[in-house]
Design a protein around this ligand. Structure first.
Ligand SMILES: [Zn+2]
Length: 294
């Protein structure tokens, strides 16, 4: 599927779940300014903007090292009740067929890493079997940020005032708790190595526990950045948050730090929702950054 790339000898597959116009830019960006966005409209069309709507994807990334397979983020999933965001509720997508087309059965996945525990990053963690939510990947260890488990577990209420609580209704219960109950989950802290050359780092702001997965192989570096960036406009303007970022000042500081790291290391940034070509390199440009697609 389009969007594949390599990190050294590792092969990375893109497994698409959904694509479409998501929202007008003024509804996605908390700090939207028409005058700043307007100059980029023709550059964003059609891959990142169509018919006045931000164009985006739900997609998972599958890293195949030849030794093991690591699936990064798991979309929205099928058949899930999502009263807070109906566009991603009761989906019946052919995600698992596309995984098969890439050459993998659910049994082949060794590890699953969720950058954070939002609705569109944990859905395929589970599927409905005989009326119960069961882990989709029976042989996988699942890695979840410990701080996000604390944030979203309704029994813990560490952050009782999360703005995304309504959008994330049911998500912990049907897509996270069953994996923990199965014994397949590991709750991790910043600096945790999930595989050889793959380290998860705290990247807070979008959610309290959001993590970036840094993958190094044969001198190449890729940063799987989840929702640090939803759109290339945020490369140009790192101070622009999505309306789903819980702590906007922290999210903006994290975004700038990740962009600086990517520029300095010539690392490929691999977000969860970017349009084609679905990942991006960046260079410093004055106070901000410039996206480079290759
Ligand atoms: Zn997301």
């Amino acid at each position: 599927m389009a969007g594949e790339f390599r990190i050294g000898s590792h092969k990375v597959h893109r497994i698409e779940e959904w694509q479409g116009g998501f929202a007008p830019p003024e509804a996605l960006f908390a700090e939207y300014e028409a005058s700043a966005f307007g100059g980029h409209v023709s550059a964003f069309e059609p891959d990142f903007l169509r018919d006045g709507l931000i164009y985006g994807y739900l997609q998972s990334w599958l890293i195949d090292t030849g030794e093991e397979t690591v699936l990064v983020d798991t979309g929205a999933g099928n058949g899930k009740s999502r009263p807070g965001i109906p566009i991603f509720g009761d989906l019946e997508s052919d995600f698992l067929t596309r995984l098969g087309e890439a050459g993998f059965a659910p049994e082949d996945i060794d590890k699953v890493f969720c950058t954070h525990l939002h609705i569109d990053h944990v859905g395929w963690n589970t599927q409905l079997v005989d009326g119960e939510w069961k882990p989709t990947f029976p042989n996988a260890l699942y890695f979840f940020p410990d701080l996000d488990e604390q944030a979203w577990n309704p029994d813990k209420e560490i952050y009782p005032s999360l703005g995304g609580a309504a959008v994330n209704a049911n998500v912990f219960e049907d897509s996270v708790a069953p994996v923990i109950a199965s014994g397949q989950a590991r709750l991790i802290e910043s600096g945790h190595s999930i595989a050889d050359g793959m380290t998860a780092f705290a990247s807070p702001g979008h959610t309290p526990g959001h993590m970036v997965l840094q993958v190094e192989a044969d001198g190449d570096v890729a940063l799987f950045t989840g929702d640090i960036l939803h759109h290339p406009m945020q490369v140009l303007r790192p101070d622009w948050n999505s309306v789903y970022c819980e702590d906007r000042a922290t999210a903006a500081a994290t975004r700038r730090k990740v962009l600086e790291q990517a520029a300095d290391q010539h690392a490929r940034i691999v977000p969860a929702h970017f349009g084609a070509p679905h990942s991006v390199f960046v260079e410093r440009d004055g106070d901000g950054f410039r996206p480079i697609y290759r």
